[in-house]
Every structure is written in structure tokens, then in C-alpha cells.
Design a protein around this ligand. Structure first.
Ligand code: Q9C
Ligand code: ZN
Length: 641
């Protein structure tokens, strides 16, 4: 099983810069690369990664996506003088050449391919390549937007050729449209390209009709190109997450990629004067985490466009997530925009050159405040996860990874202790001896999780209703808000209006009347093969609700014989870890699920999930619920229906 996160960086790629006055390219400076690397060092990440070496790409590799004429033309720049470089550069849009550009572009591409090799050969599980020049704007015979060779497009073609990879997902979260990548695969159904980008009805660079939402691919590639053009600036965490949950991830699960490449531009983060978006660094950790259950964890993050400001922090967040060693609360900064001077700095960002100078002085003042702000923001959201990942309580069975878990002693619980947890005193449950025994295992696990001694835990309990007691108990030991997800039939004795505990229960009985915004029964028709339905519901319903609730603990109670396969539960537990800094307690009725649940909680890659579909009648249940709950749960308002 592949483990570890690869990191590629090399100072060689800083050895080119702009040699004449050319304002549209003045922001593209070598320090863009080293700044990100310095930030990774600052957070102690460099030594935790597996260093991978760079190499120069060879001509055959370059020609996977470029014409021979273009390759020869770029090659010839190595011996040009400044005048010639200038003339050559002006053949293209928003790009400059330097005598070292060709060499650096070969190293940048070679580094990307080294990462693909390391991931495909299981030398690392995933990784990040800090490269320069970027790639996603460059086309068959054209440099564009600081890009020379299309690193990610070539990486996809390379993986197909060298490893026979059949399906590749490219996620382009840069704020610009990677039109070069789109063109490279528009007729290719084996590469699913997803990009969001600032668009403003074609007013934003590169001003192409091809970047619009109705451009979906051609010929047999129809349906394999997804554009999300933002027609407004200021998109934030909620917008990015909604795009992932409602659009990208359902399609990605259906596509079932064998490899994921991320065109990771961080100009889509808050503080970028050109992007003018509002997503905070930790959002990129969440995006990364949401992709990790796919493609067996084979995820290559390749740098595109980035500047300073928050972008290095965003980069750091993404890479921290690759290790799965930290968890981020996600903050909605929409109310704080004003404090950090976004408006002042950038309102003129697309203005003529004479405004530019004034802008730069303003921006640098704003930057200093901004950097300080970002520093304290990161301290607030970045929580290093406990070293011990998973705890379990007296699971008698022989489990293969037992040595990697913390075994927690059960304790004796008296009926009185439990009785006080349920207001209104619905104590019928307490007559059951089994419940007290279960809670004797569950409460100590919750203690460990809330004290941050472990990240998550798993326990076998014959009583699904113990989930409700667990939720109540955790609010008494410090969790302000809890998400309780129950899969299966059980009477859940909670106070249905308790706003601390959001309960979602999925089961196959006749429609139960929903009485509150905090107790949501989802009643499905047939009690079999719910795998696709469950995953779909998680992405498009439960996670949006839960992001709004901001739980500090997630409790998943899984019944037996519920028509859900073990690997689906593995996906579920993995995805639920985007919440509550990854703190999750899984209560399983069936002991034979523990092995799978534990492996997922320990962070093992998950095998792919097939087939993936939402049954029509279950879809209608969701549509109805969404309509009713939209008012209360804001992230549901971003859904399509
Ligand atoms: N006034 C990347 O994201 N600047 N490159 C356009 C128009 C071009 C961005 C300015 C930005 C290129 C890799
Ligand atoms: Zn960009």
C-alpha cells in the first residue's frame, strides 16, 4: 500500500525573469515559487514529505501536447537577445521569454512527470509539484498567460501512454480558465476536465466564449468537459464547496478516475488582486480532502498560477491535507472582507497602466496588514491532529491493524447517569442492559476524542439508539454542536428541537413526518442497494447541511442489513472527516464491518465504488426535503434543484 506525500521543488526553476518593461507580466517573478516553498518550511512540512527529484522532460514528452514547430520555436529562444525575445513573446498573449525559459519549462514539465511516476508506481501515495513556469494556458502551438508547456495536459497523456491509465480527472481550481487543457482533451472521453474560473460574461481574461458553461466537449468527448464560469467576483468557501459537492464530485464518482491531477493555482484564494475571490486557505484543504477518496488516493497536485499573500497559506493547507495530519475548521469570512482591505487594494485591478503604480503602493500596504491577518487566521484554523488516529473499545475480534489503534477501557455506567441525558425522561430504553453496556464503551471513546487524545473511534453496539445518548453525552463534555447520522431503523430518543444536535436518519420505512430543522428523517423506498443513493445524499444533502451546522463531533451509527456495502461506508467515513476537524465516532451494529471502518478511519486508500447512481424515487425524496429545508440551511440554496 503506497504511503507518504511526495514533494518536488528545485531552485533551477527560478532562473528566468522578465528582462524588459511589460506590465501584464510584471507580477510573474521567480520569488513566486520560493515563497511557497519557504512557507512549507515554516510549517515544518518539507521534512515530512518524501523529496522527489526533478529532471528535464524530453522532446517526445513535450510533443505529447505540442507541435514540432512550436517546440523548435521555443527551443530557439535559448539563444535570443532581449530584442528578439521581446518580438518573439509578443506573438503570444501575456507571456514573456528569457534565455532560460526553455530549460525551466523542460524542468517544470519533467518535475510534473516525476510526480506522476512516483504516484503511479506507488512510491508515494500522493504529492505536490512546486513548478514554474505554469502550464494550463499553453496550447498545441502557443504559449499563453505565463505558460510555456502544458504540464498537466502532458502529464495526463503521459499517464495514459506509460501506464495505460484509462480515466483521468483534471481539477483546475486556478482562478483562470485552463483553456489549453480544455482544448487538449475536448474530444477525449478518457480525460474529464473540470475548471472554475472568473468569467464575468467574457469580460475577464482570457475572454473566451470557450470558457462558458455550455462548452462541454466535442464528439465522443461530449460531456467530459465541465466549466463553471463565475460571473461575479467575491466567490468564497461556500461557493467553492457547493461547486464540488453539487457538481464535480457526483460526476467524478460516476466517472471513477484512476488518477487525479490538480491544476492548483492559488490565485483563486482570498487576497489575490487579479482573482478577487474570497476563499480562505483552509478551503483548499477541504477541496483536497474531498478528492482523496477517489482514484485510490492517487492525487498529483501541480502548481499553476500563484502569488504571495494568502496563496502560500492555501498551498500549505492543501499539502497538509495530503498527509491527512491536520484538520481545518472552515470559516466564513464574508463579513470580514472589509477589515482586510480587499476592496481598497483591488477595485482598480483591471484599470489602465497609469493607475497601476498607485495600486502597487496601496496593495503593498494592504499586504502587510493582510499577511498579519492571514497569520493569525491560520493559527486559528490550523489544528494539528492528534498523533493517534483511531481508538476502539473492546472489539473482541481479531483485527489486523489493532496495533495501530488505541484500545480504550470500558467503564461501568449507572442508569441514573444516562437518565439525565434525555430530557423529558424517555427512559424506556434504559431498561435494556445492552444499552448500558454499549454506553460503557462509547463514553470513554468520546472522552478521548473530545480531549483530542485521538482523532476518531469505532465501537460495536447492538443498539443504534446508543447514538442518541452518545450525542447528548458529548454535548455535556464540551462539544457545542454534534452531527448524528443514523443508518437504519431505530427509535432515536433525542429532543427533536435541540439545536446542538443535528440528526439525519436514513431508513426504509414509510414517510415519517419531519417535525424540526434538527431532526431530519430520510425515508427511502426499497431496502436494498442504497450505495449510490447514500453517497449522493451525503454529497448533495448531508454535507451541505453539516457544513452549515459546523459540528465539533460527528457520530455515525450504522445498523446491520441496511443494504449498504462495506466500501461505501468507507467512503462515507472518509468524507465525513471534512467535518469537525475529522473527529468522528462510528457505532456499528455489525461486528464484521469493523475492519473496513477502522481501515478507513486510519486513512487507508479506498477501493473505488461502482456503480454509482441515485434511484429516481429517492432523488424525489431529496428534492422535497431540500425545498423544505432551504430556508434554514443556507448551503442548500446553492443546489441545482
Ligand atoms: N489585463 C496563470 O494563471 N494576465 N496565468 C491577464 C489582463 C494573465 C495567469 C491580465 C494572467 C495569466 C497560470
Ligand atoms: Zn491563474
Amino acid at each position: 500500500m503506497a504511503s507518504g506525500t511526495g514533494l518536488i521543488y528545485n531552485e533551477q526553476m527560478m532562473s528566468y525573469n522578465l528582462l524588459w518593461d511589460y506590465p501584464v507580466c510584471s507580477i510573474e517573478i521567480p520569488e513566486r515559487l520560493s515563497a511557497s516553498y519557504e512557507k512549507l518550511k515554516y510549517y515544518g512540512l518539507v521534512e515530512r514529505c518524501i523529496p522527489l527529484s526533478v529532471r528535464e522532460a524530453i522532446e517526445e514528452e513535450i510533443m505529447l501536447a505540442h507541435s514540432l514547430d512550436y517546440l523548435e520555436a521555443v527551443k530557439s529562444t535559448a539563444s535570443m537577445n532581449v530584442e528578439e525575445l521581446k518580438t518573439f513573446s509578443y506573438n503570444y498573449g501575456d507571456v514573456y521569454f528569457h534565455p532560460n525559459s526553455y530549460h525551466c519549462a523542460k524542468v517544470s514539465l519533467g518535475a510534473t512527470l516525476q510526480l506522476v511516476d512516483a504516484v503511479m508506481l506507488d512510491r508515494v501515495r500522493n504529492g505536490m509539484a512546486l513548478v514554474r513556469p505554469p502550464g494550463h494556458h499553453s496550447q498545441k502551438s502557443e504559449a499563453c498567460g505565463f505558460c510555456v508547456f502544458n504540464n498537466v495536459a502532458i502529464a495526463a497523456k503521459y499517464a495514459k501512454q506509460a501506464y495505460g491509465t484509462k480515466r483521468i480527472l483534471i481539477v483546475d481550481w486556478d482562478v483562470h480558465h485552463g483553456q489549453g487543457t480544455q482544448y487538449a482533451f475536448e474530444e477525449d472521453p478518457s480525460v474529464l476536465y473540470f475548471s472554475w474560473h472568473r468569467y464575468e460574461h467574457q469580460q475577464f481574461w482570457p475572454n473566451l466564449k470557450d470558457s462558458d458553461y455550455d462548452v462541454v466537449g466535442k464528439g465522443s468527448g461530449t460531456g467530459f468537459n465541465i466549466n463553471i464560469p463565475w460571473n461575479k467576483v467575491g466567490m468564497g468557501n461556500a461557493d467553492y464547496l457547493a461547486a464540488f459537492l453539487y457538481i464535480l464530485l457526483p460526476m467524478a464518482y460516476e466517472f471513477n478516475p484512476e488518477l487525479i491531477l490538480v491544476s492548483a493555482g492559488f490565485d483563486s484564494a482570498i487576497g489575490d488582486p487579479e482573482g478577487e475571490m474570497c476563499a480562505t486557505p483552509e478551503c483548499f484543504a477541504h477541496l483536497t480532502q474531498l478528492l482523496m477518496p477517489l482514484a485510490n488516493g492517487k492525487l498529483c497536485v501541480v502548481l499553476e498560477c500563484h502569488r504571495n499573500y494568502s496563496e502560500c497559506e492555501s498551498c500549505t493547507s492543501a499539502i497538509l491535507e495530503l498527509f491527512e495530519e491536520s484538520r481545518f475548521f472552515i470559516e466564513d469570512l464574508s463579513t470580514k472582507k472589509r477589515n482586510i482591505g480587499i476592496e481598497e487594494g483591488n477595485s482598480e485591478s483591471s484599470a489602465a497602466t497609469n493607475a497601476e503604480e498607485k495600486n502597487i503602493t496601496m496593495v503593498s500596504k494592504v499586504n502587510q496588514d493582510f499577511d498579519e491577518f492571514m497569520d493569525s487566521h491560520m493559527k486559528k484554523v490550523l489544528v494539528l491532529a492528534p498523533r493517534v488516529r483511531t481508538a476502539l473499545a473492546s472489539c473482541g475480534e481479531k483485527l489486523t491493524r489493532l496495533d495501530q489503534c488505541l484500545q480504550v477501557e470500558e467503564k461501568k455506567i449507572a442508569m441514573e447517569e444516562v437518565g439525565v441525558l434525555i430530557s423529558g425522561g424517555d427512559c424506556a430504553h434504559l431498561k435494556d442492559e445492552n444499552l448500558l453496556l454499549s454506553l460503557g464503551k462509547i463514553f470513554p471513546l468520546i472522552d478521548k476524542i473530545t480531549k483530542r487524545e485521538v482523532r476518531n473511534g469505532v465501537v460495536v453496539s447492538p443498539m443504534l439508539s446508543s447514538g442518541a445518548f452518545a450525542a447528548r453525552y458529548s454535548t455535556t463534555v464540551g462539544a457545542s454542536r454534534v452531527l448524528l447520522l443514523v443508518l437504519g431503523e431505530a427509535d432515536i430518543p433525542t429532543d427533536k428541537d435541540d439545536e446542538k444536535i443535528l440528526v439525519v436518519q436514513i431508513y426504509g420505512k414509510q414517510d415519517e413526518k419531519r417535525q424540526s430543522n434538527y431532526y431530519i428523517p430520510i425515508c427511502w423506498k426499497e431496502n436494498n442497494e442504497w450505495d449510490g443513493d447514500l453517497l449522493y445524499t451525503l454529497l448533495e444533502f448531508i454535507l451541505p447541511l453539516a457544513y452549515g451546522h459546523r459540528p465539533e463531533l460527528v457520530i455515525l451509527a450504522v445498523g446491520s442489513n441496511i443494504g449498504i456495502q462495506a466500501f461505501t461506508l468507507a467512503h462515507l467515513t472518509h468524507l465525513l472527516q471534512v467535518l469537525a476537524e475529522g473527529r468522528i465516532l462510528v457505532i456499528s451494529r455489525a461486528s464484521d464491518l469493523v475492519e473496513t471502518l477502522m481501515s478507513s478511519l486510519l486513512g487507508d486508500p479506498i477501493s473505488t465504488m461502482r456503480p454509482f447512481a441515485l434511484k429516481q424515487e429517492n432523488a424525489l425524496v431529496l428534492v422535497k426535503l431540500r425545498r423544505e429545508l432551504k430556508q434554514h440551511w443556507k448551503l442548500l440554496q446553492n443546489s441545482v434543484n
